[in-house]
Design a protein around this ligand. Structure first.
Ligand code: HEM
Length: 153
């Protein structure tokens, strides 16, 4: 809509009353999650461990950032904005525990800089849970692929 650019996107939640209750409890809102995502990927891109992995796969950052804001809005506020598939996007990445630990530590630092403590705790519980399941998916994929190679032990 013309002239609306600088205003916060309206929340179009499938369960508006639940989104409202989470916002009240955590102090989070769409604007805060937008800041969190922008600051976090600023740090990721400057990071010597994670930066190169993202740089070789993402050339156009605007769509990635928009997708990540929708993702965090869905995960943290239950707005239903994200319709994607995170597992296949990560299953073949050249990443180990070290990368997930680094990702979580940068995300934690950014969450506590950007959100009130209850909001940061709310997003961290979810980030840790999802990081764990993505890590398992990466390991499962690597294990499945290694079975196609004879074991020469
Ligand atoms: C080792 C740590 C991680 C690395 C290196 C990484 C890297 C990436 C890359 C390169 C993409 C873009 C894929 C593409 O467009 O082809 C991506 C997408 C994405 N990442 Fe991660 N990621 C990591 C951890 C996480 C974690 C912990 C979460 C969630 C808590 C997450 C959530 C997402 C989501 C939602 C997408 C978009 C998937 C889609 O809808 O296409 N990532 N990630």
């Amino acid at each position: 809509m013309v002239g609306m650019q600088s205003e916060q996107p309206r929340i179009s939640s499938a369960r508006p009353e639940m989104t409202r209750a989470i916002m009240d409890k955590t102090g989070l809102d769409q604007g805060m999650l937008t800041d969190l995502v922008h600051r976090f990927y600023g740090k990721v891109r400057a990071d010597s461990v994670l930066g190169p992995i993202f740089a070789s796969r993402i050339t156009d950052w605007e769509p990635h950032l928009a997708r990540m804001i929708a993702f965090w809005s869905s995960v943290a506020l239950m707005t239903g904005q994200y319709h994607g598939a995170p597992v296949p996007a990560h299953a073949h990445l050249p990443v180990t525990r070290t990368h997930f630990d680094r990702w979580l530590s940068l995300f934690r630092e950014t969450a506590y800089e950007t959100c009130p403590p209850a909001g940061a705790a709310h997003v961290m519980i979810r980030a840790e849970r999802i990081a764990h399941s993505l890590h398992m998916a990466v390991e499962d994929t690597a294990r499945a692929n290694s079975k196609t190679v004879p074991n020469l032990r």
